[in-house]
Design a binder for this molecule. Structure first.
Ligand SMILES: [Zn+2]
Length: 298
């Protein structure tokens, strides 16, 4: 039986009907919203349309990926990147509208599970690093998602690039997180400072033309991503790390450079994981949330 997957991002909302193999059977992409009521309304509308299109009589379970963490005790969301979601009970609101089981997941976990299940063969240890409005990663060991969404949500110390007191402050309260350098908003701010009017697309264009200022911004982000990958490989010894999210989709030069730096590393040291561009693109969170909710329904 299929499930409905929902992925609420910093600047977009994606929903879909997903079958148990991870295939997306139908999609809806409502416009971004600014309040909890608007969010619940637009999700309810999208779910109605998906159910009508899919025409399945069985009650479907609904998995929701959110850019923060859901408090297990209260069901309320804690979220720094979409402040209007702070303290909201989206799960409760959707559950009361539909005759379905609704489960929430951290967006990084959902995307990680989606990417893991999309692999043709699943490694023992897998990490997915997601660079979007926020930056987060998820870890799968022996077919189980590891809990990376503790108190500091997704900003645990593996994603801190610089311990320096001069490092940029992050919204999570730490300094020097990868998010302050390689997230969409951080790179867009850097791009704007060198005159790019169209954010990451402009930055990619300037980088391709050989612009020295664009090269510097991209180099800083690449070095930071490389440092985090190095940190993750030493701590978790994954066989495969996939990197995805809106930032790498719109700024492909990042993965080009991360890949070539990693290839150099491979020549000498042992325990080098494969680094790969994520496969599912925009669908990762929707697929992962649906598959996780199906798994938890078994
Ligand atoms: Zn942070």
């Amino acid at each position: 039986m299929p499930a409905i997957g929902i992925d609420v991002g910093g600047t977009w909302i994606r929903t879909g009907v997903v079958d148990p193999t991870g295939r997306v059977l139908a999609r809806r992409r409502p416009d971004p919203v600014r309040t909890v009521d608007e969010l619940v309304e637009c999700l309810a509308l999208a779910i109605d349309e998906l159910l009508a299109e899919h025409n399945d009589d069985d009650a479907m379970s609904i998995g929701v990926a959110l850019p923060g963490i859901v408090d297990a005790a209260t069901g309320l969301i804690r979220c720094v990147n979409l402040p209007f979601l702070e303290g909201a009970d989206v799960v409760g609101a959707l559950a009361s509208r539909f005759d379905a089981k609704v489960t929430a997941f951290t967006d990084a976990d959902a995307a990680t599970w989606g990417e893991y299940r999309a692999l043709s063969s699943q490694p023992e240890r897998f990490i997915h690093l997601r660079l979007g409005t926020g930056v987060a990663c998820g870890i799968v060991v022996a077919n189980k998602l590891q809990n990376t969404s503790g108190d500091r949500a997704t900003h645990w110390d593996a994603l801190v690039v610089s311990e320096s007191r001069e490092a940029r402050p992050c919204k999570c309260g730490l300094r020097g997180c990868l998010e302050t350098i390689a997230s969409g908003p951080a790179l867009e701010k850097s791009a704007e400072a060198i005159g790019c009017r169209d954010g990451l697309d402009g930055l990619q264009r300037l980088w391709t033309k050989g612009d020295a200022r664009a090269a510097l911004i991209v180099r800083e982000a690449t070095d930071a991503i490389g440092a985090v990958i190095d940190n993750l490989r030493h701590r978790f010894a994954p066989q495969l790390i996939s990197v995805g999210g809106g930032v790498v989709d719109r700024l492909p030069c990042l993965m080009e450079l991360v890949g070539s730096a990693h290839a150099d590393l491979s020549s000498g040291a042992a325990m080098i994981p494969e680094i790969r561009l994520a496969r599912l693109g925009d669908d990762a969170g929707v697929v992962g949330a649906a598959l996780l909710t199906l798994r938890s329904s078994v």
